[in-house]
Design a binder for this molecule. Structure first.
Ligand code: GLC
Length: 554
């Protein structure tokens, strides 16, 4: 497993936690979450056991896309704090052994960014070529805009410039011209700036769009992977043990190319969007087969890279890689109302409400995600089972304030509720029912369970470094996999359905078996050298199996 390199290649076995500073904790009572608030709550993350924090954009922004529309890459949105606060946060996180990665959003800027203002003002502006301009859109077909509910084109005419500009996302997010070396140099400078302030890497937004050549002048010769290699090379020169986590939603065979060549010279982490979608299909069907097939089909990550697993993130749960019939199945199971769906391809809900608040099923889903080979990524609030607020339009429904206590605004802010940009949900998932403070006092809470399972995950490097094999133990509703380590193997078994069952896993004679999650009984294999495992509805178990010949006790 080569764990000697664990500290350099920390991303191979990290547990990542994503949050938006704006919705985490309001430290000064103005209704907006801020860096001071986050610093105050860093111990929550420490206790949870995560060891990498991913911060969604916190830069100055008109906030027309929740901060993914940036007007200054070298500053902090003054509503959230200052660069000084940022450095305090980084130090506070590091003191707890938590790495910090930040969103690098360089496919586009806000249309209010000084570069775009200058660019559109005159054809002779030094920033004209920072963006992609055309007298006429190129002959079709054009790529579809990412937000089809709001935009029907990727080319918009700008009166001031007298030309069309390219935007894969909203019209207020003009795409930067990656073919321009000055733009690439600026992206490196931005990355270098934040590395200097102590970050450990970046979550790179919208990678395939950043590297897309549509609309660039004819004859432009761009190798997108060379560009990624160059960026990685620059960042590695500045700080070797830093990670680039890519948002790349492509089919597995294309997706894997973004790692680069062995040992991994482009992105160190890639969200596994295809696996995520088949995982949801499997949960919806109570049938492990879509997940088994997806994991078997997943190409191996190069030696120094890793797949990133997740259940939900800050965007809609996109189901775009499923067939229409499969997507409809997941919609029918978890988002039956039109209002719960988005863009015809996704779901704007959080997991606990999708699973009807069924805590056994919720735990099974997280146990499964946390046991899959790869690096798990959690979205804030998942540790306590927060639901969404569907009254908030679009993707923002899942970006409600963190629910710290049963108090007003869920303890997120002391401001009057009308001062909050987004309101906490009411009803079953309101802060009265779901909050950190109550769960902290309850040893049987989801939060206590999450802390336990996250710790176990971190103590089980086989799940990150080991060779993974998908096991077929018989019932279609059981998902089982084995990760082989140097000293021991780890086996995880999950019942995706409600029908209880007994399954048997073949093990080597004389091996020692340890139950990693429940830890109460010493399981033993039968005389036929099979470990018999009983699973109730949505049951799950993790075991370490150490053959007698291997040297270290598990
Ligand atoms: C990514 C982000 C999303 C954002 C978009 C445009 O997909 O995850 O939230 O709107 O990029 O930056």
């Amino acid at each position: 497993m080569n764990r000697d390199r664990d500290s350099d290649l920390w991303w191979k076995s990290a547990v990542i936690y994503c949050l938006d500073v704006e919705t985490f904790l309001d430290g000064d009572g103005d209704g907006v979450g801020d860096l001071r608030g986050l610093i105050e709550r860093i111990h929550h993350l420490d206790r949870l056991g995560v060891n990498c924090l991913w911060l969604m954009p916190f830069y100055p922004s008109p906030n027309h896309d929740d901060g993914y529309d940036i007007t200054d890459y070298y500053a902090v949105d003054p509503r959230l704090g200052s660069l000084g606060d940022f450095v305090v946060l980084v130090r506070a996180a590091k003191a707890c052994g938590i790495k910090v990665i930040i969103d690098l959003v360089v496919n586009h800027t806000s249309d209010r960014h000084p570069w775009f203002r200058s660019s559109r003002s005159s054809p002779t502006s030094p920033f004209r070529d920072f963006y992609v301009w055309r007298d006429e859109p190129p002959p079709g077909p054009h790529p579809e805009n990412v937000f089809p509910d709001a935009e029907d084109t990727v080319w918009t005419y700008d009166e001031r410039a007298g030309q069309y500009y390219l935007h894969h996302f909203y019209a207020h997010q003009p795409d930067l011209n990656i073919a321009n070396p000055a733009v690439r140099a600026e992206i490196e400078k931005v990355a270098g700036f934040w590395l200097q302030l102590g970050v450990d890497g970046f979550r790179i937004d919208a990678v395939p769009f950043l590297l897309e050549t549509h609309g660039l002048p004819e004859g432009t010769d761009l190798d997108p992977h060379l560009l990624l290699k160059e960026l990685r090379g620059y960042i590695a020169r500045r700080q070797g043990a830093s990670a680039l986590l890519g948002e790349v939603n492509l089919p597995p065979d294309e997706l894997v190319t973004y790692f680069g060549d062995e040992p991994g010279d482009q992105l160190q982490l890639l969200f596994d969007f295809p696996l995520n979608q088949y995982l949801w299909l499997a949960i919806a069907r109570c049938d492990a087969r879509p997940l088994r097939d997806a994991l078997v089909a997943r190409p191996p990550a190069p030696a120094e890279s890793q797949w990133a697993n997740f259940l939900r993130n800050h965007d809609e749960l996109t189901l775009d890689k499923l067939t229409e019939a499969e997507r409809e199945e997941v919609f029918a199971a978890f988002a039956p109302d039109d209002d719960m769906q988005l863009f015809g391809r996704g779901i704007r809900r959080r997991l606990p409400s999708m699973l009807g608040g069924d805590e056994a099923r919720i735990r099974m889903a997280y146990s499964l995600m946390l046991s899959l080979p790869g690096t798990p990524v959690l979205f804030y609030g998942e540790e306590i089972g927060m639901g969404e607020n569907l009254d908030i339009p679009g993707r923002q429904s899942v970006r409600t304030p963190m629910q710290w206590s049963p108090e007003r605004n869920g303890g997120f802010s002391t401001a009057r509720p009308s001062a909050l940009r987004r309101k906490v949900p009411e009803g079953r998932f309101s802060p009265l029912a779901v909050n950190v403070a109550d769960q902290r006092r309850d040893g049987g809470s989801l939060l206590a369970w999450m802390e336990h399972v996250i710790r176990r995950r971190r103590e089980t490097p086989e799940l990150s470094w080991g060779e993974c094999e998908v096991l077929d133990l018989g019932p279609d509703h059981v998902f089982a996999h084995l990760c082989a380590g140097d000293d021991r193997d780890v086996i995880a078994v999950h019942n995706l359905g409600t029908v209880p069952c007994e399954v048997a896993v073949p093990v080597e004679p004389g091996c020692t078996i340890v139950d990693l999650l429940q830890g109460d009984a010493q399981p033993t294999a039968g005389e036929d050298h099979r470990l018999r495992i009983t699973l109730g509805a949505y049951g799950y178990r993790w075991f370490a199996v150490q053959p007698s010949g291997r040297h270290r006790a598990p």
